[in-house]
Design a binder for this molecule. Sequence first.
Ligand SMILES: *[C@@H]1O[C@H](CO)[C@@H](O)[C@H](O)[C@H]1NC(C)=O
Ligand SMILES: *[C@@H]1O[C@H](CO)[C@@H](O)[C@H](O)[C@H]1NC(C)=O
Length: 328
Amino acid sequence: MYPLILTILSLPAVWAASDGQNGEATWATKYNFCGGVYQSPLDFHHSILQYDSTLVPIKVNGYNASITDLFTLSNNGHTVSLSMLPSMYIEIPPFKYFASHIHFHWGDLASPKGSEHCVGGKRFAAEMHIVHYNSKYKDVSIAMNAADGLAVLGILIEVGSFNPFFDRMISQLTHVQYKGQESQIPGFNLQDLLPERLDEYYRYEGSLTTPPCNPSVLWTVFRNPVFISEEQLRSLVTALHCDDGNGSDPVEMTNNFRQLQQEGERLVSVSFREGVVMAVALASILGSLVIIGVVCYLFNRKRRSKKNQPKKVVYTLAMATDENTSKV
Ligand SMILES: *[C@@H]1O[C@H](CO)[C@@H](O)[C@H](O)[C@H]1NC(C)=O
Ligand SMILES: *[C@@H]1O[C@H](CO)[C@@H](O)[C@H](O)[C@H]1NC(C)=O
């Protein structure tokens, strides 16, 4: 299975706009999907969110690896990735999805905001993706070509206190500084990398955020972030390089997040009410106030234009009110 992880991740991806040849803006010229529909990431803003009561809590299975299982941490030239075990899976009805690998997106020291998904315009420090593929396909590289092929868990990362679980990976980054390098890590419980409240998440249909941008991903982005320390974030942002280290000009691996994409006709389902319902309620109250305001304005204008016969207007209104009352 591991070579397949390399297949999906070894595709060229250069984000920097300064690289006129391969920068993100040129992806679509080589990969049609990148310029197509159902692209990711998105900004989760109120006008595209809709509460969905059928979204059940996410349950991960087999994530508790034994210390004798080995994970492979590797630098593929555009992110750092951690292999997962074939016994790990999630279920999102009606499908079961096997785990493939974990990888990360981040910013740089000057601008340490590098999450891909944003919430109400807010970009987080970094983002972790746990990639799974539909069990009805033989492997992840076949699955990525099917509309229902992949299910990715997105975890937003924010700066807070030291995180001992993330440190199992972060402390090893010095061993994978250059492209092509690998390091073995003793197994641990990957569930410890997940945020609080696996019942609260955003769900939508989108794409891979790196070429070839296949629109084959059922996204689940958890509402709550996980926290790592400022020091840990600095390690992630500065430790890695996109090149193999043999050249004279090292290329730092920074800002490997994709720009926000258009939601188009898509809505994002949310599993939690709080916040979302409030916004909808506020919007409808505001809308009602505007309508009442307009009606009052028109009514006043009409009254002023008929100020020569004020009594008649009042009388007509009174009659209309009586009529309505008697009908009720
Ligand atoms: C994970 O597995 C280890 C044994 O391999 C066990 O001691 C530990 O309690 C398990 N953790 C959870 C959360 O199930
Ligand atoms: C870079 O150098 C290392 C040893 O210093 C070597 O193992 C590796 O193959 C080299 N990579 C390339 C692409 O030349």
